[in-house]
Ligand binder design. Structure first.
Ligand code: N2P
Length: 357
């Protein structure tokens, strides 16, 4: 009987040990055999069919969450308690996340599809050698407008937005740098200006626009403009492209005083649990056919040169959404202005938001 009890205790201890080891393996940092992949992306920024295709192809289950600003995304990742394997910040946020040691270097040997990216989008100053980030989409900030609702008027500058005929007709994208940038650009200041007097001046200039501002909104801006609830929107280029396919009265212009050129890249945050899976997903998105499908679905511009061959000609040849380097060279890319300055941009934007309600 004693022997039986001993044997039972031995079996029990061995199985507990095995359970412990298995559990440790599953939760350890960077464990690549986990069967989930957690993606944190902008809203309306992927074709859902691609998620399904990736799940089938990789055998991984995707957990997908969205954010609506770089600031919200960074705060969430910094707070901890999340397990994002992939995030998609814009360039200045990538620079900031690198500085704050929030990113894991990317292993290019796991990305055989990387050479499909046009060299114009590689090796940019916010991430030389693309050590931490891989191009996803790119674009500009501009004005989408319905000229029929404006009595045939054409818009070409930020200054046009102050026209008295546009009363209560403008929707603004809910982004601190975009809206402050519009104020700065309309005064011919840089989008990266750090002179507090210039920033205050820009905010005061924006305050004078409030009679024309109908609302500051998120992704619903597309639906509102497409349904002609407002005649004008200050938007990211891809949002304009998507609705222009639905409503042909719309046009998109990059204002002549200047505007923003942006790049959204995929990164692996330090919170990642499935680093191998993250590389698999990046390589999947870099596949030209997948990149083209994604661009066609969401409306944003792909940096994937080979994907251009799979896009309908009317999309790939549209210079409003695939502007040549001659135009983009004249635009400004947001810089990481440091914690205090970025907080000041946010503060002024929030004040303007309150004022425009
Ligand atoms: C998509 C948002 C795109 C963000 N809804 C541009 N940086």
């Amino acid at each position: 009987m004693k022997q039986l009890v001993r044997a039972f205790i031995a079996v029990f201890l061995v199985s507990m040990g095995l359970l412990y080891i298995l559990n440790e393996l599953n939760s350890s940092e960077g464990y690549s055999g986990g069967n989930t992949l957690t993606i944190y992306n902008w809203g309306d920024y992927i074709d859902p069919d691609l998620i399904e295709k990736f799940e089938k192809q990789s055998g991984l289950k995707v957990i997908y969450q969205t954010f609506d600003s770089n600031e919200a995304m960074m705060t969430k990742i910094k707070q901890g308690g999340t397990t994002f394997d992939i995030a998609v910040p814009s360039e200045y946020a990538i620079a900031k996340m690198k500085e704050e040691d929030l990113l894991i270097p990317i292993d290019h040997t796991q990305l055989p599809n990387l050479p499909f990216i046009n060299s114009r989008f590689m090796d940019l100053s916010f991430d030389p050698k693309n050590e931490y980030s891989i191009p996803y989409f790119w674009g500009t900030v501009g004005i989408v407008y319905n000229s029929e609702m404006l009595g045939g008027k054409k818009l070409s500058s930020w200054a046009d937005l102050w026209d008295k005929d546009l009363r209560n007709q403008i929707l603004l994208v809910d982004g601190a740098r975009e809206v402050m940038g519009m104020g700065l650009n309309s005064l011919h200041y840089s989008l990266n200006d750090t002179d507090k007097n210039h920033l205050l001046e820009a905010k005061e200039k924006l305050d004078t626009l409030t009679p024309n501002v109908k609302a500051i909104v998120g992704d619903e801006i597309k639906m509102l403009i497409a349904n002609e609830e407002a005649a004008v929107g200050v938007v990211w280029s891809g949002d304009a492209a998507e609705i222009m396919w639905e409503n042909e009265k719309l046009d998109y212009v990059v204002p002549k005083e200047g505007s923003n050129l942006w790049f959204d890249n995929m990164v692996i945050p330090k919170t990642a649990k499935n680093i191998n899976g993250a590389h698999q997903f990046m390589n999947f998105i870099l596949d030209p056919k997948n990149a083209a499908q994604n661009a066609e679905y969401v409306g944003y511009s792909t940096p994937n040169e080979k994907a251009m061959d799979f896009l309908p000609e009317d999309i790939s040849s549209d210079k409003r959404f695939y502007p040549d380097p001659e135009l983009t060279d004249k635009l400004e890319v947001y810089e990481n202005l440091g914690k205090k300055m970025l907080a000041y941009y946010n503060e002024l934007f929030l004040e303007f938001k309150m004022h425009s309600k």
